[in-house]
Design a protein around this ligand. Structure first.
Ligand SMILES: N[C@@H](CCC(=O)N[C@@H](CS)C(=O)NCC(=O)O)C(=O)O
Length: 227
């Protein structure tokens, strides 16, 4: 059984990180063939995916039967349904409901952070004081992360107990927080640090170092250090 995964330049394509982790972090790396696309524009993404229409964004997964999963949550839910033996979502109903709620809010919200503060695995900027709109989104993010920990009594590094899809889906946000050095609470910083040192994320990070720079994702901010 082989899936095909299309992802974008690993240094910048945020949802591609999550999709990669859905395979790599859950032991499915030997069941996926990955194609990395280096699009210059959004139209370019569509051109590269024309053979797998109606897909037009990255990531996209093609199932072994040929279903086109052109949305990150569809990829998450389909993998969870197909591999019931793998704990993609927490088994405990309270933790599972919490994880699903957070993952879906991440997917449907945080437009300011996603739109204006791109993931960038090539660079770490000096800590940025965010504008009001972004500060409000960061507050919401931290509220959700605290809520998940308290509700599920999570005492390890991850939000709802063992690493689950909700953590894969927040990995790009953790990466953003590290890149821009936004000021956050100690528990949030610990969560970001857990992502940055996770072996599957490290593997992605190391691959990203070899991907080409894309100037449209580079902000004019003082650089702290090369990551
Ligand atoms: N709803 C999609 C959104 C994915 C998405 O926006 N991907 C961006 C790159 S991170 C993209 O492909 N943009 C190209 C475009 O919008 O044409 C998902 O959840 O996977």
């Amino acid at each position: 059984m082989t899936y095909t995964l299309y992802i974008g330049n690993r240094a910048y394509f945020s949802w591609s990180i999550a999709a990669y982790l859905m395979f790599e972090r859950f032991g499915l790396s030997d069941q996926v063939e990955t194609t990395v696309i280096y699009p210059n524009t959004e139209a370019d993404v569509r051109r590269h995916l024309s053979d797998v229409a109606p897909a037009r964004t990255l990531p996209t997964v093609i199932t072994p039967e040929g279903a086109v999963l052109n949305d990150s949550m569809a990829i998450a839910e389909e993998l969870a349904s197909r591999h019931p033996d793998i704990p993609f979502w927490p088994r405990d109903p309270l933790a599972r409901g919490t994880a699903r709620a957070l993952a879906n809010e991440m997917h449907s919200s945080f437009g300011g952070l996603r739109g204006h503060w791109p993931v960038n695995l090539h660079t770490t900027y000096q800590p940025v004081t965010p504008p009001k709109e972004i500060a409000l989104e960061l507050d919401r993010l931290e509220q959700l992360w605290s809520h998940a920990r308290q509700t599920t009594s999570a005492d390890g590094p991850w939000l709802c107990g063992a690493y689950s899809l909700v953590d894969a889906i927040f990995a790009p946000m953790a990466s953003r927080l590290a890149t821009y050095g936004f000021h956050t609470r100690p528990t949030s910083r610990a969560y970001v640090a857990a992502h940055l040192s996770d072996p599957a994320y490290r593997k992605w990070h190391d691959l990203a170092q070899k991907d080409p720079a894309m100037p449209r994702f580079v902000l004019d901010l003082p650089i702290a250090a090369k990551s």
